[in-house]
Design a protein around this ligand. Structure first.
Ligand code: SAM
Length: 242
């Protein structure tokens, strides 16, 4: 199956993304661990450290899926609260179950909604985060503008996403790993090769660090910068709404 974005219309992309996450929701956490050999956990820890949340911060975690960012944030910020917004009810269900399993019921709200048309009023949140989500959003520029809109003045934007590897040798190795091994792993573990083929293609078509930095700035943010993780396999972009 070719999931290439250029070849499909936007509504088709939205439909496919919804379908992919619906199919993999149950196996999603396990696959994350297998594919990244657990490194995604370290990246997420680093993401929270860079947020450095202190006090009564209200975070909107978009594409919050199974709660990975929200749970870490609540632990790091005892007075903070999180609204998780995800387009997929299946992912939200998984996240709710996980929250209950961990005994997390307070300071956490789940909302089903689209990153590119957020169901929130202007200037509602102190922080906005999107972790491994922006890549899946059909209208990325719109999503960045929405992030800007729902943040309060002084609010901070954080994005964790796959990016472009900066080391020559690692680049080839990573390319082989992603295009050849990941779809196979997906077939074995999640019984869904296509979903993981989509994952790999969406990563390779996502803008590089500098391009995304430009887009975040174009959405209105100031002090925009990025920080590479694992030589650029992933990157954290951040910005401030003045
Ligand atoms: N944030 C979690 C993490 O870091 O592990 C989950 C990331 S998961 C790869 C991507 C999530 O994006 C899925 O839960 C999917 O439902 C959600 N998603 C895809 N398109 C979206 C959109 N347009 N608006 C909101 N969420 C979206």
């Amino acid at each position: 199956t070719n999931f290439g974005f250029q070849e499909v219309s936007s509504s088709e992309k939205t439909r496919r993304v919804t379908d992919v996450f619906h199919r993999v929701a149950r196996r999603y956490d396990l696959m994350n661990d297998v594919m990244s050999t657990g490194i995604h956990r370290l990246w997420k820890d680093q993401f929270i450290r860079m947020m450095n949340p202190v006090g009564e911060i209200h975070l909107l975690d978009v594409a919050g899926g199974t709660g990975d960012i929200a749970f870490r944030f609540l632990e790091a910020c005892p007075q903070g609260s999180v609204t998780i917004c995800d387009i997929n009810p299946g992912m939200i269900e998984q996240g709710r179950d996980r929250a209950l399993d961990r005994g997390i019921t307070k300071r956490l709200k789940w909302v089903c909604g689209d990153a590119s048309a957020l169901p929130f009023e202007d200037a509602s949140f102190d922080f906005y985060s999107i972790s491994f989500g922006l890549r899946n959003v059909t209208f990325r520029i719109k999503a960045l503008e929405e992030a800007f809109r729902v943040l309060k003045p002084g609010g901070q934007f954080f994005c964790l996403e796959f990016s472009k590897v900066q080391l020559p040798g690692l680049k080839e190795l990573y390319h082989f790993y992603s295009f050849s091994l990941i779809p196979r792993l997906g077939a074995w573990i999640a019984q869904d090769r296509d979903a993981y083929q989509y994952l790999v293609e969406s990563i390779s078509q996502f803008p590089d660090q500098a391009q995304l930095e430009k887009e975040v700035r174009a959405a209105g943010f100031d002090n925009v910068k990025f920080h590479n993780l694992s030589a650029g396999i992933a990157a954290i972009h951040q910005g401030i709404k003045r």
